[in-house]
Design a protein. Structure first.
Length: 293
């Protein structure tokens, strides 16, 4: 055998991670052909690590198809992951942590938890902002007494930017600042993603320790768009004790655990768990059920 025959044979072997042949992908190095002894180094990309034995067998088979008596030695090298374009061109680099507050169904107090989480972090000395991504049912303006307020647009660095409104020293943006309180929001899925993109790219966000994102309920377009646009540090799930709410919270959790999203679950808040009357502060009444019952 000669070198060109071996190269041609290895060119028929595909990298399972990319679908390219290992020669075109430049994965073969230090190829030596010494009579019937063939040796080379094969760089193993992270995406193909689970297919190491399959690749080894394919290389040996391809060479032995030329000469069954060939003595083939494959030495594997661990390849480095290629830079993720999403990380290279990271959105909102001035924000250290983006926390998504989500729920499986509506009416469980997700916006209240978002507001309280932002205020609690602020009280601890962190710089915090709120992005109200619940386009259809924005509640943040009401939570912070900003109903009827409109954001200003200002040219910064040669480009127009929307200035977030500020309450309790917390900058925030919401669809509720753009539409009238009684106005219905009627939008198709792609437009929801476009509005979220505006809130991320066209709002002037200063340096922040935390940006709290109040997501709409469910597992739809906004959640997917957010996960694909910005690096989410983690998510907080909000539910109530009823089995219906808990079942939907599990669906939301499974969405964040999907391989294409892969966002850590920081915790679960069970809202409206129990009631204690002022005259009996040590008593707890589970008026909405307990543990899903």
């Amino acid at each position: 055998m000669n070198r060109s025959e071996v190269v041609k044979a290895l060119g028929t072997v595909k990298d399972p991670g990319t679908g390219q042949d290992i020669i075109a992908a430049h994965l073969v190095e230090n190829l030596k052909v010494e009579d019937k002894r063939i040796s080379f180094e094969l760089t193993l990309p992270p995406a193909s690590a689970a297919n190491k034995f399959e690749l080894h067998a394919a290389c040996v088979e391809a060479i032995k198809a030329i000469d069954p008596s060939a003595d083939v030695h494959v030495h594997f090298k661990q390849g480095k992951a290629k830079p993720n374009p999403a990380e290279t061109n990271r959105k909102l680099p001035q924000i250290k942590n983006i926390i998504a507050v989500a729920s499986g169904k509506g009416g469980v107090g997700k916006s209240t938890v978002s507001a309280n989480l932002a205020l609690a972090l602020k009280s601890l000395g962190a710089s915090v902002g709120i992005l109200d991504a619940d386009i259809y049912g924005p509640s943040i303006p009401l939570m912070f007494g900003l109903q009827g307020k409109k954001p200003q647009v200002k040219n910064l660095n040669g480009k127009p930017h929307i200035l977030p409104l500020i309450a309790y020293d917390i900058p925030m943006i919401s669809m509720g600042f753009i539409i009238e309180p009684e106005q219905a929001v009627v939008l198709r899925g792609p437009r929801l993603g476009a509005i979220l993109n505006q809130f991320i790219n066209e709002v002037y966000w200063d340096k922040l320790d935390f940006l709290i994102v109040d997501l709409p309920p469910g597992t739809g377009d906004v959640q997917l768009s957010l996960a694909q646009t910005v690096p989410i540090t983690g998510s907080v799930l909000v539910t109530t004790p009823q089995d219906v709410a808990l079942a939907d919270a599990v669906k939301a959790m499974n969405m964040f655990k999907m391989e294409s999203i892969d966002v850590p679950i920081l915790g679960v808040v069970e809202n409206m768990s129990w009631f204690s009357p002022a005259e009996l502060p040590d008593n707890k009444y589970f008026i909405f059920g307990k543990d899903g019952n």
